[in-house]
Design a protein around this ligand. Structure first.
Ligand code: CUA
Length: 317
């Protein structure tokens, strides 16, 4: 379609970067253009007839016309054909979207308030970042840890609800290198609008390199492992580590060893307090913050991981 050509795509639609995107855009353009033409015919015809058949003299009589079989057939049959075409076309595109590839690269996605956790088969985990090789069928197997979320990549024209207690799937094959937005499109609480990720499409070689680099994680020094975990668990979306700015939760920058006023009185920010706050966030809420905002990480971090994160927070000076 003329104004949806790739050269102008940015102005009207997000970059089309998956195989299915072109199909979606074509159908969408057809809907838009046929709606526009129908609108012109209908409203234009109305205005024209209002003018043409206006009352010209006080003696004008309305002729008695009961019906016109031919006209009535036309205005029923032509729209019916158009609607059936749209139905068949839409069904085809939807069917292609929902037919999962047999041998696709499978990636697990878990939505949580308010981040995307990504898990690869090799054990590599990331947060808010999906990296995939170009021209490859990718299948996402998704679930949620808390409430409804929705995984949406505008440039790929794909979207799917992410539901607690159930797996939903989504697939794509990207044909464009680059970085694309992931949005959550289901209102899921305070930081819903901040639940943004990126999807990076890279060459096969870069993908293998990236995967290998990420899997070296377990050999890192403990505080660096903590930093990575802090990223992966998306702690940084609520807790600042570079300054004392307040986000959804209190900043952790230069907090270790200091005194802190909490709902249970004054405490020292030590290993014990950090541990309790991660596993049972409601126990001692920092003054000025509300309970039940931070989810508990009980059962989601093992002792070694807890230690690594605490070690990282200690080093935030
Ligand atoms: Cu998750 Cu909105």
């Amino acid at each position: 379609m003329f104004w949806l050509s790739p050269a102008h795509a940015q102005t009207f639609m997000p970059t089309a970067a998956s195989d299915i995107a072109g199909d979606v855009d074509n159908l969408y353009s057809f809907l838009l253009i046929s709606s526009f033409i129908s609108c012109v015919i209908l409203i234009g015809g109305m205005i024209y007839f209002v003018y043409k058949y206006r009352r010209k003299s006080p003696n004008d009589k309305t002729p008695r016309i009961t019906h016109n079989n031919f006209l009535e057939f036309l205005w029923s049959f032509i729209p019916l054909v158009i609607f059936m075409v749209i139905f068949a076309w839409g069904w085809k595109v939807y069917h292609d979207m929902r037919s999962m590839p047999e041998n696709g690269l499978e990636i697990h996605v878990t939505g949580k308030q308010w981040a995307w956790e990504i898990q690869y088969k090799s054990g590599v985990t990331t947060s808010n970042e999906v990296v995939v090789p170009i021209d490859t069928d990718v299948k996402l197997i998704m679930t949620s840890r808390d409430v409804l979320h929705s995984f949406y990549v505008p440039s790929f024209r794909i979207k799917q609800d992410v539901i607690p207690g159930r797996y939903t799937t989504l697939w794509f094959n990207s044909n464009k290198l680059g970085e694309f937005h992931i949005f959550c499109t289901e209102y899921c609480g305070t930081s819903h609008s901040g639940m943004i990720g990126k999807l990076r499409v890279v060459t096969r070689e870069d993908y293998d390199k990236w995967l290998e680099q990420e899997s070296k994680f377990s050999t890192l020094p403990i505080a660096e492992r903590g930093a990575k975990l802090f990223q992966n668990k998306a702690c940084a979306s609520c807790h600042s580590v570079v300054d004392s700015s307040v986000r959804v939760g209190p900043a952790l920058y230069q907090k270790f060893g200091k005194q802190q006023i909490t709902s249970a009185g004054e405490v020292t920010v030590d290993e014990e307090y950090l541990r309790e706050s991660i596993l049972n966030p409601n126990a001692k809420i920092v003054k000025g913050f509300n309970p039940n905002i931070m989810p508990s990480f009980q059962g989601q971090l093992n002792e070694a991981e807890l230690l690594a994160i605490i070690e990282y927070i200690k080093g935030l000076k």
